[in-house]
Design a protein. Sequence first.
Length: 284
Amino acid sequence: MTYQFKHPTWPGVSEPVEGADLRVLSLGAGVQSTTLALMAAHGEIGPMPDAAIFADTGWEPEDVYEHLAWLGSGNVLPFPIYRVQAVDLRSQVQGRAEGVEGRFVSIPYFLDHGGMNRRQCTREAKIDPIRREVRRLLGVAKGARATGFSVEQWIGISTDETERMKDARESWITHRWPLIEARMSRGDCLAWCRRHGYPEPPKSACIGCPFRNNARWLDMTRNDPAAFQDAVALDAAMRRNGPANGMRGLEYMHRSCRPLGEIDFEIESGGADFLDECDGVCGT
């Protein structure tokens, strides 16, 4: 059945692609994409994906890697998980802060003179490596066009974050949002996992992601202090030698443009937060 999701800015349609050469699930190992994978394993969403692809940024929380290992342990999912990595974002931030020469992937950190840095991390660490793996699975040679193929790519976006829904840039890839079809929110996903006796999936996002809201920073300080101290150290390193390579101003991980280690998130988390603006691939 075709479900037409009515949204003020997205009159989208999500449905299976007939005759698809490949069906893949973009696996972030967070709540939504985990639920998608498990629902497929239970036969509640279909047709069954041929594979899931996890694009490793090199800066995921440890519980995400542990959860990914459980999903791929061999007795959880009936399809393989392919883990790919194009860049290590932590090394990118550290190298740039230390003045190492070379090209660095830009992360949209907040600038002391206003605005944010350019965002290249989502595309270079997530979208592009997944696309390259899809091409490999199709058997498309390097440099050859993938036109003529039809790929259905599942994205774990739920009804409470429809503003993240975006079409694929490639004409041969069709994005599909099965949680939208099932009218499931993030809370519904957590409830589904509990009903079926599965562990609660972790929150998936890079440790140093600037779109992490105050409540998420507070949660990190309480439940993953080692990761938080890593973020604090890298946040300070970004400004230790003045503006990083090619930057006019100083960069901060937090929108207040204050050092991460000096912020009281108990107080900050009580205020208004802005939306986590990842592109529907990062934090699912």
